[in-house]
Design a protein around this ligand. Structure first.
Ligand code: SF4
Ligand code: SF4
Length: 411
């Protein structure tokens, strides 16, 4: 990946026109210049040129970005603020290091599939043996930190068994007209194994042979977001090697964020040659490569669709999930306003900047409420987690599902 110094020219493309103000969700809430892309681009330039040094204020400003790419899409100079911010964070990390717990999470926990399994099981037991209720009711969280109780509410509901564990009892069909490698995301593994099963069922119904290299690790997005490029590169090397070794025609993901990172693996490792063309979102593959074939069972629901930033602006996939939804018998599709506006999740942003994230999320929930759906469809498990929290905190009764999960219900 390019360093900030190597990206200095990118930062010099900025005209300072301020058009990024209109679309930046963070600027929309905070209304202060340092929050907007223009300021981050200028600071990145001065940091790259050693004119400015890393200070706590610089760190804070660079942390206030969702990597939603709305500024990039709206920029007349096509300045890649998203990449500049990540490169700036990498330089900051190289100079300052990472806080101990964060570093351990990025380097030891997230890449370790066994540890993930143990953590998911522990979280499930915490949530289902009455411990979570007891902790919430005790006032302990509020006593530790005033907003810890709110932040704990963002935690998704963990599955009783990870998808990796479920896979041990599943037999995947051999042979098919197309061989696809399904990249297993951490969220599908720990939180939503039902999505993994739905993806396999739908792909097999479409005549594909599905192979799943279970030793793949975290895609590297969280590491890149915190500037830990070394760990992200190591993960990319391992994942690229395992996925390429399957000999599959395509590499598919059900997670907009993982897919965006996998598509850019060539910037992280030489082992990912050709990945940009091979990596597809599962909805893109079904619609563009095979032609989506739903079953006969109707899904009686009113559905609206939220565009994940990494799926829509990151990968250019927005038409295909809507085509899948519109092809489902019995389903009524209603487009919401600002469907492509970020929900404010952005990995751990909802925890580190809870109030700001909720202000962004509440605007999204307002747009959802206006079309009164029973289901909100989204192509990114991280958005799903954030949307579920937003719907619950606004007392909206709709549920959240991946388009492919809804498609699987038709068989
Ligand atoms: S829209 Fe682009 S060119 Fe204009 S100020 Fe923002 S980053 Fe600079
Ligand atoms: S990527 Fe999104 S949050 Fe970050 S500066 Fe651009 S518009 Fe704002």
């Amino acid at each position: 990946m390019k360093t900030l110094k190597q990206m200095r020219e990118e930062s010099e493309k900025c005209l300072r026109c301020g058009l990024c103000q209109i679309v930046c969700p963070i600027y929309n809430v905070l209304g202060s210049e340092p929050a907007v892309a223009r300021a981050k681009v200028r600071l990145a330039r001065e940091l790259a040129g050693d004119v400015l040094k890393v200070t706590p204020r610089m760190r804070k400003i660079m942390s206030l970005c969702l990597n939603c790419k709305a500024c990039v899409a709206n920029c007349p100079s096509q300045v890649h603020t998203d990449k500049l911010v990540l490169a700036a964070r990498a330089q900051i990390k190289d100079e300052d290091g990472l806080p101990f717990l964060l570093g351990a999470a990025l380097k030891q926990f997230l890449p370790n599939n066994s540890l993930q399994g143990v953590a998911a099981k522990s979280a499930y037991l915490y949530q289902h043996l009455g411990l979570q209720q007891a902790v919430r009711g005790s006032g302990l969280l509020k006593a530790v930190s005033p907003d810890l109780a709110q932040k704990e509410g963002v935690m998704p509901e963990f599955a009783p068994r990870t998808f990796r564990a479920e896979l041990a009892n599943m037999t995947l069909k051999k042979g098919g007209k197309v061989k696809v490698a399904y990249y297993l995301s951490c969220m599908t593994n720990m939180v939503n194994p039902a999505l993994g099963k739905a993806v396999i069922e739908v792909l097999e119904r479409h005549g594909c042979e599905v192979v799943i290299p279970t030793d793949v690790q975290c895609c590297g997005t969280p590491q890149l977001a915190y500037g830990d490029v070394e760990t992200a590169e190591a993960l990319a090397r391992n994942n690229a090697r395992l996925l390429a070794a399957t000999g599959a025609d395509y590499i598919l993901t059900d997670c907009g964020t993982c897919g965006d990172t996998l598509r850019h693996y060539e910037e992280l490792t030489a082992d990912a040659a050709g990945f940009e063309q091979k990596v597809l979102d599962v909805s893109e593959f079904l619609v563009d490569k095979l032609g989506v074939k739903p079953g006969d069972k109707p899904v009686e629901a009113v559905v609206t669709y939220h565009d994940s930033c990494h799926l829509n602006r990151g990968q250019g996939v927005n038409r295909q999930p809507r085509e899948i939804l519109k092809a489902i018998p019995g389903l009524t599709f209603r487009e919401m306003a600002e469907a492509d506006r970020c929900c404010g999740g952005a990995g751990t942003f909802a925890i580190t900047n809870y109030d700001l994230s909720m202000a962004i999320l509440d605007r999204k929930v307002g747009n959802i409420k206006a079309v009164n759906p029973t289901i909100v469809a989204a192509g990114c498990p991280a958005c799903k987690m954030q949307l579920e929290h937003g719907l619950a905190r606004n007392n909206v009764g709709a549920t959240v599902a991946h388009p492919v999960e809804l498609l699987a219900k038709t068989y």
